[in-house]
Design a protein around this ligand. Structure first.
Ligand SMILES: Cc1cc2nc3c(=O)[nH]c(=O)nc-3n(C[C@H](O)[C@H](O)[C@H](O)COP(=O)(O)OP(=O)(O)OC[C@H]3O[C@@H](n4cnc5c(N)ncnc54)[C@H](O)[C@@H]3O)c2cc1C
Length: 405
């Protein structure tokens, strides 16, 4: 399989459009196909784009997508349910002069990335849900749920944590792992409760986790992580009305210091509740002319604050690998060998923190005893620097040295 000239990208979230932008820069024509009908808003509240994600956008000249929206959130103050401060952890690089992390409404980020793609003449076709693909010697043919098809030299699955492309590549691929947590959030009008300098406040509540940050206009952006067993069915928690969750939150946060109840009651509507899944270790990222990127390949828990940033890094590295290698198989193998160790290290670290979000009394005691020391030790640690200071340069050579595996 020689160097590709055209690509089908499945998924118009974060990884998909950014991959198309990076491929265009590498000289490969890409069209993005998104399942949601055109103009549909994406669910979810906010997310934090870390320094490394913004720097990866800069490598392809698309950083305006992040810098012109949201607000800076350089750190997170962690507290116990009594309000005791456990310590502070950075959300991005602490290098002098580096771009700080930004917290952005999810829908604004998707819109801004789509606008960057449109500026480059990239088409994102909404209402096209991939259901099958035929990977042949001359190219790949994607089949959509309306019976339509599209053809290209390669197919890139950027279709998120519940990816279809992942199972087309490997029908035996493991199911996404349920974290035991469900999540929602919202925007509370300015109430007088404010975090300092844009920093997040995150509280290990007695029964559930709560986090918020105050935007420059005083609005409080908040989210909850609730323990929930067993794993809910697809769409099950989404279907529960907001009024019912409001009653649940009143019980769950009744013993916690901090503004959880105040912010929740001031919020008119919540985002639909969703179960949080991860994709910790996928055995096969690619087969033939098809490959997965972003959450479809490796979804960390949201605790990492890295899912979106890693997806953007993937997009850039995949484009560079395809630019610098003579064959699709060498490019895909090179991409995986560069990306897998980094993403799996980050996923593992986030899973450890996730487990401390809803422990029993003994776990709580141990966490509150050890976390301050851990936070002090890791604030400017080599492992944090490896995550946040990761740099991608469009001028780098991404030829695969070990050859196809
Ligand atoms: C509650 C929560 C909070 C988070 N907070 C953060 C954070 O603070 N920082 C951070 O970096 N990350 C965060 N993440 C993770 C982050 O949202 C993901 O890592 C990121 O969205 C992955 O981007 P993606 O493009 O791979 O997938 P997505 O953004 O999920 O996009 C996938 C797209 O593919 C489409 N699609 C699916 N199936 C098909 C199909 N068959 N055909 C066509 N299209 C299809 C979907 O409609 C969707 O638009 C959070 C995640 C959650 C759940």
């Amino acid at each position: 399989m020689s160097r590709p000239r055209t690509a089908i990208v499945i998924g118009g979230g974060i990884a998909g459009p950014v991959t198309a932008i990076a491929l265009r820069k590498a000289g490969i024509e890409a069209t993005v196909f998104e399942a949601r009908p055109p103009g549909t808003q994406h669910n979810g509240v906010m997310l934090t784009l870390a320094t490394n994600g913004i720097d990866a956008l800069r490598a392809i000249g698309a950083e305006a997508a992040a810098l012109e929206i949201g607000f800076a959130t350089p750190g997170i103050t962690l507290r116990t349910h009594t309000g005791k401060r456990l310590g502070v952890t950075p959300t991005g690089s602490t290098r002098p002069g580096s771009t700080g992390s930004r917290t952005i409404r999810r829908s604004d980020l998707y819109r801004a990335i789509h606008a960057q793609a449109a500026d480059r003449g990239i088409t994102i076709e909404g209402g096209r849900r991939l259901v099958a693909a035929d990977d042949g010697p001359e190219g790949v043919c994607a089949v959509f749920d309306d019976g339509s098809t599209a053809e290209a030299d390669i197919l890139i699955g950027a279709d998120g944590v519940h990816s279809t492309v992942r199972t087309l590549i490997d029908p035996g691929a493991p199911r996404p792992a349920y974290t035991g947590l469900i999540t929602t959030g919202g925007y509370a009008p300015a109430t007088g409760t404010a975090t300092v300098g844009g920093d997040y406040e995150m509280i290990f509540g007695k029964r559930a986790f709560f986090g918020y940050a105050t935007a420059p206009d005083g609005e409080n952006w908040w989210f909850v992580n609730l323990p929930h067993r067993p794993e809910p069915g697809r769409g099950e928690v989404e279907a529960v009305p907001g009024a019912q969750w409001r009653r649940t939150f009143t019980q769950i946060y009744r013993d916690d210091a901090g503004p959880a109840l105040e912010l929740i009651s001031a919020t008119p509507d919540f985002a639909p509740m969703t179960a949080i899944h991860t994709v910790p270790k996928l055995p096969h990222w690619h087969r033939g002319r098809m490959i997965v990127v972003g959450d479809a390949a490796h979804a960390p828990s949201p605790t990492s604050g890295q899912g979106a940033s890693l997806s953007i890094e993937d997009a850039v590295v995949l484009a560079l690998s395809l630019r610098d290698n003579d064959s699709v198989s060498a490019a895909f193998a090179g991409f995986e060998s560069v990306r897998r160790p980094r993403v799996e290290r980050i996923i593992k670290a986030a899973a450890r923190i996730n487990n401390s979000k809803a422990p029993g009394p003994a776990g709580r005691f141990l966490r509150d005893l050890t976390l301050p020391t851990i936070l002090r030790m890791t604030a400017d640690s080599a492992s944090n620097r490896r995550v946040f200071d990761h740099q991608l340069d469009w001028a780098d050579d991404h030829r695969t040295r070990s050859g196809p595996r």
